[in-house]
Design a protein around this ligand. Sequence first.
Ligand SMILES: [Cu+2]
Length: 157
Amino acid sequence: MLKKLICTAMLCLSSIAAFAHDYTLGDITIDHPWARATPPKAMNAGVFMLLTSQSGDQLIAVSSEIANKTEVHEMKMVDGVMKMRPLPAGLTLTPQQTVKLVPGSFHIMLLGIKQALKENDAFPLTLTFAKAGKITVNVKVQAMTDLTADTPKHGHN
Ligand SMILES: [Cu+2]
């Protein structure tokens, strides 16, 4: 149901919403990992998904062969400017609460991507959780022209 709500908000095509694209690892559900398509010379890209842990966990590492570096970021207002910064200890998953990695909030940042991300492409991303361990998910690339207002701008502290 959550996926449907999220996809409606992002004006997903119904074919994307219908695509079975969930993963489970231990008691963690990873729902609809996707990345926003990038312009041809882009250096960075954002990856989004919904994470739910029944007993609580911590996303401590992320990696992908398509980027030089991969970080978990949060977005915060600093002096009236929205900035993103890495979460050094990773992302906390509170028991039974869905953590939404969505544009404008938490996200996984691919830094130094080796190629532009094109709509309908897919690539592997490995997530490591403190308790549940490791899983590699397939990230779908989607065009998100309706959400260009929060295209990642990098203001790393
Ligand atoms: Cu970022």
